[in-house]
Design a protein around this ligand. Structure first.
Ligand code: XMP
Length: 326
């Protein structure tokens, strides 16, 4: 619409004035905020923007390829993809504690991002997808206020010794405005309206020690769950169950239980499904998904994901449970 069109041209003008002919780097996570920031800045300064996408191997199924497809191929954005799966897996080996895992993932992420962006010559700006609620939140915590650098890994920001000026073109926008802007900039609607995904990714959805094999099983199970949520329309509202839930995902439980398949006995892992409805993510209800939907997801996971022979549904509210299992 014309209002958004005007907003875009003003924002583009502003970014061009700020940046001049200098180079900008941006850490692309696949999340909505960094994606919309990248699309907007690219609209303004094109080739002067370089994105760094650190793939830690704990993203959703095919997410890395989707990010590259959307930005590098469709929008023509310069994106450096860093395949850091093995590095993350080796750093995480033997670590079971949730907070220790978060710290390792956050620290690795920052180190790799810094090393890669250090190779980009003449970079003077670090772009961030900081949105208005982040500004409020960090001011409220009495941190560095306006200059707190957002990190989607909750590690307290990228090191200050990067000596870069901050470019935060979404600072005045609320989430729904960021989404509208993303659609207006040509990002796919289903990407822009996705459920939130935690920075440490599947690292906190694989309980205990993270292993590449567990991540692969979980990615497959989660993709089936999300696909069925998207494809199942609620008659009363004519909305999909993906839209009717605020966040939904699969969790990998490193517990083996017995099952039967054909003439044989199986002894394999368990996956839990979690789907919640919430306004603010501070409190949440478990979603009353239709039993047919749950049944179909369970059958598909058990039949299609070799290594999983049992699926359970999480019926815990927040509080006392949290949305994530770690
Ligand atoms: P909990 O599990 O605390 O989650 O009820 C509330 C919301 O926060 C997300 N979450 C995280 N996001 N880094 C993030 O970026 C994290 O370490 C993290 N832990 C939880 C969670 O997905 C939910 O939306």
């Amino acid at each position: 619409d014309w209002v958004m069109g005007d907003y875009i041209s003003e924002a583009v003008e502003h970014i061009r004035k700020q940046v001049g002919d200098e180079e900008v780097i941006l850490g692309l996570s696949g999340g909505v905020d960094s994606s919309v920031a990248a699309a907007l800045i690219h609209r303004a300064i094109g080739e002067q923007l370089t994105c760094v996408f650190v793939d830690h191997g704990l993203l959703r199924l095919n997410e890395g390829d989707m990010v590259m497809e959307m930005f590098a191929r469709n929008l023509g954005v310069k994106v450096i993809r860093v395949d850091a799966k093995e590095k993350f897996m080796s750093e995480l080996a033997g670590v079971a504690d949730p907070e220790a895992k978060r710290k390792i993932i956050g620290k690795e992420f920052v180190e790799i991002f810094q090393a890669e962006s250090g190779k980009i010559e003449n970079a003077k700006w670090l772009a961030q997808g900081t949105i208005y609620p982040d500004v409020i939140e960090s001011a409220g915590k009495g941190k560095k206020g306006a200059h707190t650098i957002k990190s989607h890994h909750n590690v307290g920001g990228l090191p200050e010794d990067m000596h870069l000026k901050l470019l935060e073109p979404l600072r005045e926008l609320f989430k729904d405005e960021v989404r509208e802007l993303g659609v207006a900039l040509g990002l796919p609607r289903e990407m822009v309206y996705r459920h939130p995904f935690p920075g440490p990714g599947l690292g906190v959805r694989i309980l205990g020690e993270v292993k590449a094999e567990f991540a692969r099983l979980l990615q497959c199970a989660d993709a089936i769950f999300i696909e069925e949520l998207r494809n199942t329309i609620d008659e009363a509202t004519q909305k999909s169950w993906y839209e009717l839930t605020s966040q939904a995902f699969a969790v990998f439980l490193p517990v083996k239980s017995v099952g039967v398949m054909g003439d044989g006995r199986t002894y394999e892992y368990v996956v839990a499904l979690r789907a919640v409805q919430t306004q603010d993510f501070m409190t949440a209800h478990w979603a009353h998904l239709p039993h047919d939907l749950l049944g179909k997801v369970s059958n598909r996971i058990i039949n299609e994901v070799r290594g999983i022979n049992r699926v359970v549904y999480d019926i815990s509210g927040k509080p006392p449970a949290t949305i994530e299992w770690e």
